[in-house]
Design a protein around this ligand. Structure first.
Ligand code: FAD
Ligand code: HEM
Length: 392
């Protein structure tokens, strides 16, 4: 997800609207949970027709919309970053069935919730500043969605064509989209299953674009996870899923020949496999060093594929890393934690680095890579926390 972290330079002069917005935000911060609940209650009481767009269970993740609104308002002075972030979000909203007419309803509820809880800073001027901010924010999203209509569907239907259980809780699911699905290796999509309508989760493409147009995903069923469990334990060939558009910037820069350092934990190996195929397709020899981590040898569910790729491509080296026990019976296997293994085999100054896996791995991986001399600008990874689009 596009981030707004450090969007505003500390030296930039603040606009009058931004100053008013900041005061409201400071006032509601300690009661943000209450403001969020009030916002949704108002939205659904006054516009019951909108309830059907949202999932049946509105759990704690539901504050994403409200949080994003507040964050976008906070960064109202940085129009470039704001436009990049909100355009992406506006395009992504097409799959929810969001229409331009829905935006005023959300705006009313936002203002209603702020007026109710920011009593000290609220007044005609503050309200006018929020109206201007919300109008700008929603217009960017509406415009981006409208532009996107000309080039892509709101969603794709995708029929499951194969389902292969690799371990008791990891499946490789391959689908056939109902129309061409353009994407780049290293990206991911949002996916909805027929069993949990309107519940969308992100999954990485496990291959570079294929000539037969099929898309594969490696899914791990997490304890009590809604979508992952039905994908692993229930989905079968013939079932039809829905996909949103492709997203993500963990893609290969083909204008350089620098080496690629790829660190994948668990199903995080999926997009890395796609990156290897991408490098192979471009035919330019670049060093690709892969660290593939899991808890134990048994959890390295895609090691055979990685070994096959390694034996086909002399520029590729794959090192299994496991927390406990021996690593895939390989001389170059490492027992330990992934970030430590990466540090041990450095330095990596001349490499572009790719990190994929659970949020904890990405965070510790970034620290290890920076420690091993990789500039932060050369480290790419999936969203660490898809629920929080900005540094709050
Ligand atoms: C950019 C991106 C790419 C992703 N790619 C993949 C992929 O290729 N393959 C894949 O399997 N997943 C991937 N994920 C994770 C995926 O989006 C879901 O979060 C995951 O499948 C859990 O969804 P769920 O609906 O089953 O669980 P939820 O119903 O959302 O969660 C249920 C419970 O499980 C907990 N939980 C969530 N995730 C985990 C976890 N990993 N381990 C332990 N507990 C957890 C939650 O905190 C919650 O308590 C990716 C995530 C992102 C942000
Ligand atoms: C300027 C206004 C808005 C902002 C900033 C915003 C932001 C967000 C964000 C950040 C999410 C989380 C998931 C994602 O990244 O796609 C989200 C989800 C969603 N939004 Fe919006 N949104 C806005 C307006 C709207 C409107 C007008 C509607 C239509 C009623 C809407 C409906 C939804 C739905 C249905 C979801 C999915 C909820 C879920 O997955 O639980 N949004 N929104």
């Amino acid at each position: 997800m596009e981030s707004l972290v450090s969007a505003v330079s500390p030296d930039a002069p603040e606009s009058a609207d931004a100053a008013l917005i900041r005061r409201t935000l400071a006032e509601i911060e300690p009661v943000s949970d209450k403001v969020t609940s009030y916002f949704y209650a108002m939205l659904f009481v006054q516009h019951p027709d909108l309830r059907a767009l949202f999932p049946a269970a509105m759990d704690t993740q539901r504050d994403r919309l409200f949080k994003a609104l507040l964050t976008a308002a906070r960064h109202i002075d940085d129009s470039d970053r704001l436009t990049a972030y909100l355009s992406h979000l506006g395009r992504g909203h097409r799959k929810y069935g969001t229409l331009p007419d829905h935006y005023p309803a959300v705006g009313e509820s936002l203002l209603g919730a702020l007026a109710r809880y920011a009593t000290l800073s609220w007044g005609p001027e503050t309200e006018a500043a929020w109206v201007r901010a919300y109008t700008a924010i929603s217009q960017i999203m509406i415009d981006a969605a409208a532009e996107n209509e000309a080039v892509a569907p709101a969603w794709w239907q995708a029929e499951v064509v194969s389902h292969e259980l690799r371990t008791p809780d990891i499946a490789v699911v391959t689908v056939r989209p109902d129309q061409p699905y353009p994407f780049r290796a290293g990206q991911y999509t949002s996916l909805e299953t027929p069993w949990w309508p309107r519940v969308w989760r992100h999954y990485s493409f496990a291959s570079a674009p294929r000539s037969d147009g099929l898309l594969s995903f490696h899914i791990k069923a997490v304890p009590a996870g809604w979508v992952s469990n039905v994908l692993v334990h229930r989905a079968r060939p013939g079932d039809v899923l829905r996909l949103g558009g492709p997203v993500g910037s963990m893609t290969v820069d083909h204008t350089t020949r620098d080496g690629l350092l790829c660190v994948g934990g668990g199903t995080g190996i999926a997009p890395i496999k796609a990156l290897i195929e991408d490098v192979a397709t471009h035919g330019v020899r670049r060093r690709v060093e892969v660290f593939y981590g899991a808890r134990s040898d048994h959890d390295l569910y895609d090691m055979d594929t990685m070994l096959r790729l390694e034996s086909s491509y002399p520029w590729l080296q794959v090192r299994p890393v496991v927390s406990t026990g021996p690593a895939a019976g390989r001389a170059n296997g490492v027992t330990g934690e992934l970030p430590d293994a990466v540090r041990q085999y450095g330095p990596w100054q001349e490499f572009d680095a790719y990190l994929s896996g659970p949020p904890g791995l990405i965070r510790s991986g970034v620290v290890a890579l920076v420690g091993a001399g990789v500039p932060t600008g050369r480290i790419r990874h999936d969203s660490v926390d898809e629920l929080v689009p900005v540094g709050e």
